[in-house]
Design a protein around this ligand. Sequence first.
Ligand code: KIV
Ligand code: ZN
Length: 435
Amino acid sequence: GVKYAPFPQVPLTDRQWPTRTIIAPPRWLSTDLRDGNQAIVDPMDAHKKNRFFDMLVEIGVKEIEVGFPSAGATEFDFISGLIHSGRVPDDVVVQVLTQSREDLIRTSFASLSGARSAIVHLYNAVSPAWREIVFAMSREQVKQIAVAGAKVMRDEAAKRPDTDWHFQYSPETFSTAELDFSLEVCEAVMTTLAPTPDRPVILNLPATVEAATPNIYADQVEYFIRNLPNRQSAVISLHTHNDRGTGVAAAELGLMAGADRVEGCLFGNGERTGNCCLVTMALNMYTQGIDPKIDFSNIDRVIETVEYCNQIPVHQRHPYGGELVYTAFSGSHQDAIKKGFAAHGRQNEEHWRVPYLPIDPADLGRSYEAVIRVNSQSGKGGFAWVLEQDQGLKLPKKMQADFSPHVQRMADRLGRELTAPDIWEAFRTAYHIQT
Ligand code: KIV
Ligand code: ZN
């Protein structure tokens, strides 16, 4: 038999999202300290969380989910300590996650006591598998869980007028739930919270487990937006995961479908295969000419913090940040890149047009030197470039051809990448140069 059922299509025959382009960055929320932190082997201690938080602030992230205060004393104390530490700038708002249970919601508000401004993020799962298997509840009962939680949020906020409260609701498992039911639950939550266009509620639409192609998620988002009464009193937020490897694509198409905000983690940390990678998404925008308003001009510093705090290395091929992404080993690539750099300087081109490099590494604080490296796959352009940079030696074309087999032999013999000193040694040996 067929084990997996086909994913139901969304009844949206006149979808608009394919014709929309993204012209401005969304509101970004980093959930590195919550979704990211709950998925790592050794959760961050307060020192690591503070370091991560400071880095997020430094690169310009304005909305930061800092934890799950009702999960235990460690989380509660970190959040409370953060609020009183003076490290939350006035233009940054912290967010905390809570399940929809009265005691847990009250604990969450208590952790934020003293905050200038905060977002309380309520969630409960709405899809059939969770309703039937996890909770054994009817649709009505699941809806009432959300409404009851929203009432507690509203009342707690009213009791604490010194903080500028904002509310967020996530119909968890949105992407595998019936759209009409998600709409019904969100409408009920909105009725309870009575948002206005000036004080909107954030409705966050999770692909808790990515289960379909990204176009389907975008259809779901567009359908939701088009059928949500009082849409102008809601901020539509996207929360994608990467189970099918398309978490970023889903968030990008979701923005085209009309959403306002994106939640994710740096370098795609998060549950299982991770959340939408905010680095990839922001820099995809950057290469399309949109300032994402997150500063990755020193990406190595960001990587250092992320790797230290998560204890997970950033993959060498990770878009934009990986160690190897500005490196060309093959001769034809090296030659084209070299010509691209030369043309760039000569023609003072308005737009970046270096072959094989979709972004100027210098924009991320990376250097050009790392671009051309030499191994047994490299052509003449590669070692010629390295010799020129390292020794100021400009080899004529004929000499490059003559020297090439020496380089290849050395690379084959050593079985590894050749460094600049290796190449210089091969050159001295080949031409009997004494130093
Ligand atoms: O993936 C998810 O559904 C979540 C929610 C709690 C927003 O992380
Ligand atoms: Zn999540």
